[in-house]
Design a protein around this ligand. Structure first.
Ligand SMILES: [Cu+2]
Length: 154
């Protein structure tokens, strides 16, 4: 009986913390390479690009994005209708388990409306990714020279 109890205690001490670490990992999503381009005078809306890597088996649901730069941030996709490109809002952002989501020029992107300052080459700012489960993650975003824009679009 004593031996069994000891085993049980050992089980609790080893397995419980391990499980906690595992659960935290499951909620985490790797977000890499966030960038946008410097703005022209008077430009109010920008597109931001980044990559999401979900290494867990669980789907990750993103509720919203927030930043000091803008109070309205949406994820958009580009759809073609009669050869005309149209931006459509993605209401529910889901990154499936063991999958990636790439935001890139000509495709999915984050759209910031009414940005509060001009962005110059070399600037950076933070974006907070707010998950459906109540957790959040900060991502540093680099501002690149607009001279690079054509390279990215080609
Ligand atoms: Cu857009």
């Amino acid at each position: 009986m004593t031996l069994k109890f000891k085993h049980l205690m050992l089980f609790i001490f080893i397995v419980v913390p391990f499980h906690e670490v595992f659960s935290q990992k499951k909620n985490q999503l790797a977000v890499h390479g966030s960038y946008t381009f410097e703005t022209y005078d008077g430009q109010k809306n920008i597109a931001v690009y980044m990559s999401f890597f979900n290494n867990s088996d669980q789907d990750v649901l993103i509720d919203s994005f927030s930043s000091d730069l803008s109070s309205r941030i949406e994820m958009h996709d580009i759809q073609f209708k009669n050869d005309i490109a149209k931006m459509v809002m993605i209401k529910e952002v889901v990154i499936k388990g063991k999958s990636e989501l790439y935001l890139q020029p000509g495709g999915k992107h984050l759209m910031f409306f009414g940005i509060k300052e001009k962005l110059s080459d070399g600037d950076s700012f933070e974006i907070q990714v707010n998950f459906k489960n109540g957790t959040s993650q900060k991502v540093k975003t680099m501002v690149l020279s607009k001279d690079l824009k054509s390279n990215y679009l080609n």
